[in-house]
Design a protein around this ligand. Structure first.
Ligand code: SER
Length: 579
């Protein structure tokens, strides 16, 4: 089975079961961008899991582009990826465990034709927060899953969410493929054996985790499922590695054609990083030193180093080209932004070449300071500051008869990863799952600011990014040159006037074309569902948005711009708050 058949098969299966198929949301979360990237299909659906009505109804399915960067240093092995696609079906307060598990099993065994004896499942074993999920196990038995294929595991394995510190979560039931000719040993469960490949996770989101760590029942019982396309297709195509599936075939072929030397790990890193970078740039993100731009920069630079290592002499854009061709039928934004992707990739490589020359000079100076061993800390600094993967440093050191202290390097790396993990968790905690009143207030203020900027500076102003915490808003937009003090004051005055006028905030759901004609602000590069929600603030502002917002601008307080600065060519940033 080809990967497109898996994707299309999944979507039509759930469409036939009454699900509306929605397009993939962008990788860069819109309007709630306190997370860098969308990491699961449920992220854009949080407000609806919490009870807001979804314009397409209670049954939703899609294939979602996702990026997870916490395991970036493990890319190169059989299965780790930064970019991946997730198939998902959701019940927003509609069906629950019975139908969810029945349909999962039906899809696996009847559509994908996975032999029943290969399928193992896990259910939640229960703890002080929620009872043992006997119901899920009963459903599995009824469906014909034998007793010795059902395991009960704890929270670490069978509980999903919340995505942040608070929000929707619940026990889950996972489905595994047993990837071996032999039978599993007696009592061997999937939590500690890599022959069990996890292919699908059905989460029963019926709880809301509160700030104090306690759980309350949600207004509605939801189902959130996620099936990794890459992993599942590897199983279906009988491959040990995701890189050997048809999802990567033409990309790997191009890399091997361009490379002078064989190196499986480097080839995989190039394939993964170029694929991820291409998808990120299709959303018009440029390499930079902040946020998504920084992740993008890191991906391109690592890919470049590995391309050098295997002797690829042409630009990485000749690999990105294959990614665009291979994926553009499902993700047309790739083709639409092809020139931008190629140009930016090439420019970043050129910039990196200069940094690299400096890095090599630092390296050459450093090796003179040490005999026999190069401290891991030095290797780590080279990795951090110049993007030298440790294996490059090891190679270079070897040429100079030095050994790199790899243990020390790994310790440094781990320290850094722990730091970035905790900061990314924190970042998430303050974000998506945060539906606090303060965040809503700043979200509505962001709409006012957007329109006020267009009134003062002109219609060329377009939102390029937005980041809201309960304390402040941050808004990036297109405009050339610094704003004058007078312009800033006028923007503030306009927003404050809308607040003083106590304007009502309302929304309407309408067909996409009608919404577009109504002049509501939207992102031009983004694919929208057929029905969209348009938020209006009186007659002043009209924007495509899923919310949430306050009900009236009188809830906002006094608007104050804290800072205006440039972040990239032609892009300005405003930080502002409410007093
Ligand atoms: N949210 C769950 C996951 O990411 C199911 O999609 O595994």
């Amino acid at each position: 089975m080809k990967s497109t058949e898996l994707i299309n098969g999944y979507l039509s299966f759930f469409e036939a079961k009454g699900h509306a198929i929605i397009p993939s949301s962008p990788l860069i979360p819109e309007n709630d961008p306190t997370v860098l990237f969308t990491t699961a299909g449920m992220h854009p659906l949080v407000p609806f899991l919490l009870g807001e009505p979804h314009p397409k109804g209670k049954r939703i399915a899609n294939v979602q582009k996702c990026i997870r960067t916490t395991d970036i240093s493990e890319v190169g092995d059989e299965s780790h990826l930064t970019f991946f696609q997730m198939l998902g079906n959701w019940s927003l307060g509609d069906y629950f465990k019975g139908d969810a598990l029945k349909w999962s099993y039906e899809f696996l065994t009847e559509v994908l034709k996975i032999p029943k004896e290969k399928i193992y499942v896990t259910c939640f074993e229960g703890d002080e927060d929620a009872p043992k999920d006997e119901e899920a196990a009963r459903i599995w038995r009824r469906l014909g899953v034998p007793e010795n294929h059902i395991f009960f595991l704890g929270k670490k394995d069978n509980w999903w969410g919340p995505a942040g510190k608070t929000g929707p979560c619940g026990p889950d039931s996972e489905m595994f493929y047993w990837n071996s000719e032999e039978k599993p040993k007696r009592g061997q469960d999937p939590s500690n054996c890599n022959k069990f490949l996890e292919i699908w996770n059905d989460v029963f989101m019926q709880y809301n985790k509160r700030e104090d760590g306690s759980f309350e029942q949600l207004k509605q019982k939801n189902v959130d499922t996620g099936m990794g396309v890459e992993r599942t297709i590897a199983v279906l195509q009988g491959k040990n590695s995701v890189y050997e599936t048809d999802l990567f075939e033409p990309i790997m072929k191009r890399i091997r054609m361009l490379a002078k030397e064989e190196n499986k790990c480097s080839e995989r890193i190039i394939a993964d990083h170029v694929r991820a970078s291409t998808f990120i740039m299709a959303e018009r993100v440029m390499p930079s030193n902040v946020e998504q731009g920084y992740v993008l920069r890191k991906l391109i630079r690592r890919a470049y180093i590995h391309a050098q290592k295997v002797g690829i002499e042409t630009s990485l854009s000749s690999i990105a080209e294959v990614v665009v061709e291979h994926y553009c039928r499902i993700y047309p934004e790739l083709k639409a932004n092809e020139t931008f992707i190629m140009d930016e990739m090439h420019k970043e490589e050129e910039r990196f070449k200069l940094t690299l020359e400096k890095g090599i000079k630092v390296f050459e100076k450093k090796i003179k300071e040490f005999k026999k061993e190069l401290p891991g800390k030095v290797a780590f600094d080279l990795y951090q500051s110049f993007g030298f993967p440790v294996e490059i440093t090891i190679d270079l050191a070897k040429e100079n008869r030095l050994k790199v202290n790899e243990e020390e390097f790994n310790e440094e790396l781990k320290k850094h990863q722990d730091l970035s993990r905790s900061s990314s968790t924190k970042r998430f905690a303050s974000g998506l799952a945060d539906q606090s009143h303060d965040t809503r207030r700043l979200h509505t203020t962001t709409h006012l600011l957007h329109q006020a900027l267009r009134t003062v500076l002109g219609g060329h102003v377009q939102q390029k990014g937005s980041n809201i915490t309960p304390e402040r808003l941050r808004f990036d937009f297109t405009h050339n040159g610094k704003m004058s003090g007078e312009e800033l004051k006028r923007v503030e005055d306009i927003v404050n006037e809308q607040i003083r006028n106590q304007v009502e905030v309302s929304y309407e759901e309408m067909p996409f074309e009608k919404a577009k004609k109504s002049g509501a602000l939207h992102f031009f590069d983004q694919k929208y569902p057929d029905t969209v929600r348009v938020y209006s603030i009186g007659n002043f502002s009209k924007e495509f948005c899923t919310g949430p917002h306050v009900e009236n601008t009188s809830e906002l307080g006094k608007f104050k711009i804290l800072k205006e600065e440039g972040v990239a060519a032609g892009i300005r940033r405003i930080k502002a708050g409410l007093e």
